[in-house]
Design a protein around this ligand. Structure first.
Ligand code: FES
Length: 272
């Protein structure tokens, strides 16, 4: 059982939990993820480590309410317990180069943050591009702002904060001015797909942290299959990071939508 030490609400549907998990806190690396099961009959859902503290023995993860399980999770409070948390899982993030753009979209900013922090600690020039639909969905701005970044860019679809538009606008400028030699992206599939295309046009290698549906998170169920460079990979053990230019984005988008009908039914039942 894992106690919730702190609950933070970033927006109507985005929450952060700090959970007592000393063994996991000692082993976590940027880019790795954990699997959460709320109770004995619950499904297992993956979340990426947003933060951790080995000395104090806690980990943090951020999630958006998108269905029944995340709705149930959001209804838990400080002092409540989560039945199972398994991790760290997956391969830690590694990004080559001296000047790197870290692009995060929506709740993917929770994954981009520890990656940007790690790259700063490695002494690289780090440019962060934050993207969200609106200002209210733009999380962790203060935390990114506190990092020793070479540049911080914000875009929102509606222009309520930063530049009106999408993350590829500042990304293209960074590519055109030779400011970066590598990139990392995480967020919605279309955002990652078009970030990849933008980098590809300028011969900039880019890594994407993929977010397919997962069940066990340990390479046994095959649910997280992704097509990369014509090969089938399991995101939970081979990834979640892959060469973005080799990912079959349309296949990933289709697989992500596989259970949308069932998810809607389950959410409706929970609300009733
Ligand atoms: Fe089951 Fe990856 S989640 S194999």
């Amino acid at each position: 059982m894992f106690e919730i030490l702190k609950k933070t609400q970033f927006s109507e549907k985005v929450f952060e939990f700090r959970v007592h998990a000393p063994r996991m806190a000692k082993k976590a690396h940027a880019g790795q993820f954990l699997m959460v099961r709320i109770d004995e009959t619950g499904e297992r859902v993956p979340f990426t480590f947003a933060n951790w503290n080995a000395e104090e023995g806690w980990i943090e993860f951020i999630f958006m309410v998108v269905g029944k399980t995340t709705q149930c999770l959001s209804e838990l409070n400080e002092g409540d317990f989560i039945r199972d948390i398994t991790g760290p899982l997956g391969q830690p993030t590694e990004v080559e180069g001296d000047s790197v753009a870290v692009i995060g979209g929506g709740v993917g900013l929770a994954i981009a943050y520890p990656v940007a922090r790690m790259l700063c600690e490695q002494g690289k020039n780090v440019y962060v591009i934050m993207g969200a639909r609106t200002k209210d969905l733009l999380i962790l701005h203060e935390q990114f702002d506190a990092l020793p970044l070479a540049g911080l860019f914000v875009t929102t679809d509606d222009g309520s904060m930063g530049e009106k538009g999408v993350v590829t606008l500042p990304l293209a400028r960074l590519c055109e001015t030779d400011s970066i030699d590598h990139a990392f992206c995480v967020g919605p599939v279309p955002m990652m797909k078009f970030s990849s295309l933008t980098c590809h046009e300028h011969n900039i290698p880019i890594i994407a942290s993929l977010n397919p549906i997962m069940v066990d998170g340990t390479g046994m169920c095959g649910c997280c299959r992704v097509e990369v460079g014509g090969e089938t990979k399991f995101a939970c053990v081979d990834g979640p990071d892959f060469d973005a230019s080799a990912v079959d984005w349309d296949d990933l988008a289709a697989r992500q939508a596989s259970y949308r009908g069932e998810e809607a039914v389950s959410t409706k039942r929970h609300e009733e």
